[in-house]
Design a protein. Structure first.
Length: 457
């Protein structure tokens, strides 16, 4: 083995010497020479340089003609919406969600409908026996679907079986944490096993043009379990969200190489399985009556789909000295603290001695910053016990200065509100200048909006 040569580099001027000394001879600085370990140069390394000896690859320009990938219709419109049009041939899709949320049910429904449409589909379950999957399909009314079903956990056995004859157009693996590769030591579910199993399955899908769907477990924080590299290996990552105590389910695209990540699919869990919800606004709007304080309707936007949700607030006055509580369900608690601070600092309303509870009806989760004005309206209504008009919606972003800022796609939100019977909207003044069938009340600052609600000046 070649002897390692020592080298000392000056941290001031970069001069290199073979031995250490107190002063650099080039820049005359003291104690600046630091030893650095050089790369080991051996005869093998000298002969095997990666800059030569390889196969030249072809470089093409961005303007080259590329055909759009073929897609497989899943038979479920909401699933196609989240995927961007359907499954892409040769792609890998990872879907995650809480236990019991309906991942296996959704994929079994899609697999059965595609099989009934003449698509070759294979469903491999590593968590349930084949009879359990067959009983679920019978309960869903899909027992006659020609789906090729198997219960296996060995990746070698699965790929050996699928390589014989014509490969399936759709392959569902439920779940990737149960798969085992004999090339790697370790139990199924470990980081190395999940990575190796997914890599072999994705390689098979790319080579044979099979649309691969992997079901993944999630952690207690809701993120997909296993190595983070798993999300980088696949083409699409879908998150199946919802509360088991609520009826609705939302399929959200987190990553999509063949489409956008701003679309959602909405489902409702029923006895016959997951049913599509074509009008989500009707699902998240409760039966509202006149004179209810602390409720406001907000037109949220999920991709190109507006969804009207009801925001509910409750303000409870406490005795002096008690510590007030802040509870939020379906919204960001930090955002609520900011809205309360702006209401106190800019509008003269006091929430410091009151408990505040905020809830998004139906278990829906709102991440749109346009909900600021609707939340403020619900809080002011709950504090003053003045109800917001039942035929009104509110949306807009609130700045720390108290200014109301316009938000994107205001016309689309107003159109959806008018379609569901609402007649007026409380919006920032910049949006109030737009044409709409609704009566628009525009406000430049949050103080003007509060004065309007409280009937002041």
């Amino acid at each position: 083995m070649a002897r390692i040569q020592k080298r000392f580099v000056c941290q001031s001027c970069g001069s290199v010497t073979s031995r250490w000394q107190g002063q650099c001879l080039d820049c005359s600085e003291w104690n600046t020479l630091v030893e650095e370990a050089p790369a080991i140069v051996t005869p093998f390394h000298a002969k095997h340089n990666l800059q030569g000896g390889g196969r030249a690859i072809t470089l093409i320009g961005l303007d080259a003609d590329v055909a759009l990938p073929d897609r497989l219709e899943s038979g479920i419109a909401e699933l196609n919406r989240a995927l961007g049009g359907g499954f892409v041939e040769g792609s890998a899709t990872l879907i995650g969600g809480d236990p019991g949320i309906g991942k296996s049910t959704l994929l079994l429904q899609a697999a059965a409908r595609m099989a009934l449409a003449g698509v070759r589909v294979a469903y491999v379950s590593g968590e349930e026996a084949a009879d359990q999957v067959r009983l679920r399909a019978r309960r869903l009314g899909l027992g006659a679907a020609p789906v090729q079903l198997a219960a296996a956990t060995s990746v070698r056995d699965i790929l050996t079986t699928l390589s014989q004859g014509q490969p399936p157009a759709l392959l569902v693996i439920d779940s990737i944490q149960t798969m085992h590769s004999d090339l790697i030591e370790g139990a199924p579910g470990t980081v190395s096993q999940v990575r190796a199993s997914a890599q072999e399955l994705i390689r098979f899908a790319k080579d044979r043009g099979t649309a691969l769907v992997l079901v993944g477990h999630v952690t207690k924080d809701g993120t997909i379990a296993g190595p983070r590299v798993l999300e980088h290996m696949v083409d699409t990552v879908l998150s199946f969200e919802g509360e088991r105590s609520h009826q609705y389910r939302i399929l959200r695209a987190i990553k999509n190489r063949f489409g956008g990540t701003d679309e959602i699919g909405v489902f409702a869990m029923q006895a016959e399985g997951l049913a599509e919800v074509s009008n989500p606004s009707a699902l998240f709007l409760t039966q509202r009556e006149e004179g209810v304080t602390g409720t406001t309707v907000f037109p949220a936007l999920e991709g190109t789909r507006p969804v009207l949700v009801e925001i509910q607030a409750l303000v409870v006055r406490l005795a002096s000295g008690a510590t007030p509580r802040r509870a939020v369900v379906g919204w960001d608690s930090g955002r609520l603290a900011m809205i309360l601070a702006v209401l106190e600092a800019r509008c003269g309303l006091s929430f410091s001695s009151a408990e505040v509870y905020l809830n998004i009806a139906g278990g829906y989760r709102v991440q749109d910053p346009a909900a600021d004005l609707a939340v403020a309206a619900a809080l002011v209504s709950a504090l003053s016990e003045r109800p917001v008009p039942a035929d009104a919606v509110a949306f807009g972003e609130i700045a720390l200065s108290g200014e109301l800022r316009p938000v994107a796609h205001g016309a689309l939100r107003l159109k959806e509100a008018g379609k569901l019977g609402f007649e007026r909207a409380m919006v920032p003044s910049a949006i109030a200048r737009d044409k709409s069938d609704l009566r628009l009340s525009g406000f430049r600052t949050l103080g003007q909006f509060v004065d309007h609600m409280l009937g002041r000046g």
